[in-house]
Ligand binder design. Structure first.
Ligand code: FO1
Length: 306
């Protein structure tokens, strides 16, 4: 079976890992780049790196992003010098950003750079696909105005109420050819348990995506990142609330209903099944929390079988 996955963030990367362990071939991971930015002159692609490190089994198992066995000498010295240190770059992680920045500055596309990084990490080169090669940037409107994604997420620790989200550039930048080919070839498209506002909608908002979607023959399955009224990680519950959706998998169903056939929700949320079905979606019920590799594989299996 050809499988394409849309993903971003730590939950997305963990499901990608489960799918990769089940079927390393015929798998295409389309990753959000709306969080990408430059800092200290370096090109940083947090979601791509989180997927890369997780699949290579290099990721920090506790925080989910960054590398395991990381050291922080550069970050500490930068703090000492009074440099910008709110976004912490580990010593080993810095090598990825140096490599990527150099290659991009030589004129290579982000897609090509990620193929090289994947190869060096022992992964197939046709596995990891940045959603686009252009610059789409997720922006959030807070009470004092629009801010960049990482200003909201890391600098301000996602404590502000978000009044609006936009994906700057998305209406002018199409998905890459590799992404379109993978979506057209897919028998199944999986929307990972990633934050819809911050990871999935940036991908789905790309130029031409809404027109492409009905042409895809794949069955489209999403995994809800909500368990009860809580997000597994991050500010999703607060975003659903401030943007006018129910703070549960019902809110996820409302947001994704035009893009999917099936929503997999946590088995503790059975009571939501009738309301989600009333939106025209099929419901899959299974434990959705991924605590270990076995959970990742088990949930991945459900996304392929449902
Ligand atoms: N997240 C944080 O909360 N604080 C950080 O200092 C931080 C540094 C960082 C460095 C490299 C990287 O690839 C990711 C990093 N993240 C950090 C995570 C990142 O901001 C988020 O996971 C995503 O952008 C949201 O999916």
């Amino acid at each position: 079976m050809q499988v394409a996955v849309l993903a971003g963030g730590v939950g997305g990367a963990r499901l990608c890992h489960g799918l990769y362990r089940l079927q390393p071939e015929g798998l295409s991971l389309v990753v959000n780049t709306g969080d990408d930015f430059r800092l200290h002159g370096l090109a940083i692609s947090p979601d791509l790196d989180t997927v890369l490190y997780t699949l290579a089994e290099w990721a920090n198992p506790v925080q989910g992003w960054g590398l395991r066995d990381e050291t922080w000498n550069c970050a500490q010295q930068l703090t000492q010098l009074g440099g910008e240190s709110w976004f912490r770059l580990g010593d080993r992680d810095l090598a990825t950003h140096l490599f990527r920045t150099h290659q991009l500055d030589q004129g290579l596309s982000l897609t090509r750079v990620m193929q090289q990084l994947a190869a060096r990490a022992g992964l197939p080169t046709d596995l990891l696909w940045p959603m686009c090669d252009g610059q789409v940037r997720t922006k959030l409107r807070l009470s004092e105005g629009w801010v960049d994604f990482q200003d909201y997420f890391v600098k301000r620790q996602h404590t502000d109420r978000v009044l609006q989200c936009r994906y700057e550039g998305a209406d002018q930048i199409p998905p890459t050819e590799g992404v379109v080919t993978a979506l057209l070839a897919a028998d199944r498209i999986v929307l990972a348990p990633s934050n819809p506002y911050l990871s999935l909608l940036p991908i789905l908002s790309l130029q031409g995506m809404a027109a492409l979607w009905p042409q895809l023959r794949a069955r489209k399955v999403a995994v809800s990142p909500m368990i009860g009224t809580r997000a597994v990680k991050g500010p999703l519950a607060s975003l659903l609330d401030s943007l006018g959706h129910p703070v549960s998998s019902l809110g996820i169903a409302q947001l994704l209903r035009d893009w999917i056939d099936v929503l997999i929700i946590d088995s503790g949320d059975t009571h939501l099944q009738p309301q989600i079905e009333a939106l025209g979606l099929q419901v899959g019920l299974t434990p959705t929390l991924m605590k270990d590799t076995e959970d990742r594989e088990r949930l991945a299996r459900v996304t392929l079988d449902v």
